[in-house]
Write a protein that binds this ligand. Sequence first.
Ligand SMILES: N[C@@H](CCC(=O)N[C@@H](CS)C(=O)NCC(=O)O)C(=O)O
Length: 222
Amino acid sequence: MGCSGSSAVKDKDCINEKIVLGYWAVHLQGQPARYVLELAGIPYEDRLYTMQNRADWFEKDKQTLGFDYPNLPYIIHGDFKITESQNVVNYVIEVTNQQKLLGEGKDKYRVGHVRYVCQEILGKLFGAIMKENAEEKQNAIQNDVLPKARLVQTYLGSQNKFCSELTIADIYAYVFFFNLKKKAPEAYAEFAAQIDPLLQNFESIPNIKKYQESERFAKINN
Ligand SMILES: N[C@@H](CCC(=O)N[C@@H](CS)C(=O)NCC(=O)O)C(=O)O
């Protein structure tokens, strides 16, 4: 269909519509968008797909919801429908007026480094932990994941967030290290002293604390 003119992101047709975020009930590529929505404190529908009911996505919604590029995660906001995880995050940041999460001036691109590197190693971590052979799994974590994770840790230094205010860099780093800690605790051990404060800082934000104690979070806690 292509672009159809420059309608405002928050146009009158969708402003009163509830945002629907569709994604698997896991903490991977769709999780940063959940955190952005939780930080905003607005009601949204967290539409969870599970492996047990994967046909709900692959055989039903993927075919029928009308996406140009059907994939998970997705956003439906009124008639507006988008996919691609980074695109989805950018949309929820803008529509919830949280552009400050992107950083300002050159910080925007420093924040971008952390965001995109963490997204990359999150994907590689997932690939590694799916390996059934224990040695191959360890090698993949050591070679494909940890070198860049160490760069992120060095860049963080002794701070508990990357900039003076919370940014999307903290959210992506949180999601990556949360998974590393949970799925490969032995690999996480070398990061604990420096990264635990970043995890704790994020978890102490009132809206995040409330979310992580809620039924919504429990449902994806696997
Ligand atoms: N480039 C896409 C990749 C999305 C992707 O690989 N999604 C996985 C889950 S993380 C999926 O299961 N998609 C469902 C599908 O392929 O239909 C993005 O960043 O959103």
